[in-house]
Design a protein around this ligand. Structure first.
Ligand code: SF4
Ligand code: SF4
Length: 77
């Protein structure tokens, strides 16, 4: 099954660490605020994502997850 990539926009505090570390320049910071008043990261170029998991490992707020199946919540490390 195709892995599912997800950023929990309301967990994100917009620190942009993931944007900086992504080797494929997939991520950008949104210009719309989330529930906490932060500008969250999103996949601006999802077609370029190689699912390397670097953004998941780097996010201090564990806002990014890559799941093997829709029902699983396990993080790929
Ligand atoms: S999984 Fe890798 S390629 Fe995809 S957005 Fe995260 S850091 Fe970038
Ligand atoms: S590293 Fe995490 S908290 Fe920071 S912008 Fe990316 S998803 Fe949001």
């Amino acid at each position: 099954m195709k892995p599912k990539y997800q950023i929990n926009r309301n967990k994100c505090k917009g620190c942009a660490l993931c944007v900086t570390v992504c080797p494929k320049n997939v991520l950008e910071i949104s210009d719309e605020v989330n529930r906490k008043g932060y500008f969250p990261a999103y996949q601006a170029r999802p077609q370029d994502c190689i699912l390397c998991g670097t953004c998941c490992r780097m996010c201090p707020d564990v806002a990014v997850t890559i799941t093997a199946e829709e029902k699983k919540t396990e993080k790929v490390s």
